[in-house]
Design a binder for this molecule. Structure first.
Ligand SMILES: [Zn+2]
Ligand SMILES: [Zn+2]
Length: 252
């Protein structure tokens, strides 16, 4: 995968990040449904599980609070994600941070298995509806995404147990990119999709990309996301806003 990433074939990142994991089926990465390493929410109640799915190792997250679950980016292997979730949780919603196939290809199967509400920006819904077709990078994912049950826009909130996530529109990598900033029991938690990575940002040279929009979004995220926030990215390792402000060349 590192080769793919470095020459910008098949990867969503704008620069490079460490691809130290092989495979990419659900539950690889050593986090098979358990709490992820390095970024676990540590309040003793809410949990974040991370699954790495699909051919370009997309991170799928399950945020669990009070028996309710929000799945972020069911990119592939929807049925396998379902089978790896704890049995006693109710999947309330499936949220796509954006419409690229590697983030929505598993939505159809997971929605069918759980009956959950599917939510995303309407601006990326058309793109997501082609996730099962071969894309410009020669990759395809499980299924086309269904039309969203819930269209997310700036300022909307998603409630999961005692956690709340505010929607921040983050165009650039795609027109309908979203960032989910936690509060309540999800204070200090943020899901950023492919907008921001550890040491890098989302590429803008593929379908839906807009470099000027991304730059505006990054300026805004520096203002909106508090430094102490744990940042969960669409690919690669989690980070913190503080570390990115200090080290990410795209945030300077
Ligand atoms: Zn991606
Ligand atoms: Zn993407």
């Amino acid at each position: 995968m590192a080769d793919h990433c470095d020459d910008h074939e098949g990867c969503c990142c704008g620069g490079h990040h460490d691809h130290e994991h092989e495979g990419g089926c659900c539950g690889s990465h050593g986090h098979g449904g358990g709490c992820c390493g390095g970024g676990c929410h540590d309040d003793g109640r809410d949990q974040i599980a991370m699954f790495v799915v699909g051919p370009i190792e997309t991170n799928c997250y399950a945020y669990i609070s009070q028996g309710e679950c929000m799945v972020v980016d069911a990119g592939d292997s929807g049925q396998a994600i379902y089978e790896h979730l704890p049995e006693d949780v109710r999947v309330k919603c499936i949220v796509a941070t954006h419409g690229h196939g590697d983030h929505v290809g598993g939505v159809k199967a997971l929605k069918e298995a759980t009956g959950a509400t599917f939510a995303m920006s309407p601006r990326d819904a058309e793109m997501a509806s082609h996730a099962g077709e071969k894309n410009e990078l020669g990759l395809s994912y499980d299924d086309d995404a269904p039309a969203p049950d819930l269209e997310l826009r700036e300022g909307d909130t998603l409630e999961v147990g005692t956690a709340s996530f505010r929607v921040i529109e983050a165009p650039g990598h795609t027109p309908g990119g979203l960032v989910l900033l936690g509060s309540g029991s999800a204070d200090h938690i943020c899901f950023v999709g492919d907008t921001l990575f550890k040491g890098s940002v989302g590429r803008t040279d593929i379908s839906g990309g807009d470099q000027a929009a991304l730059e505006e979004t990054l300026v805004r995220l520096k203002r909106e996301i508090p430094p102490h926030t744990n940042v969960f990215c669409g690919h690669g390792d989690p980070t913190t806003m503080e570390d990115e402000l200090a080290q990410n060349p795209y945030l300077r």
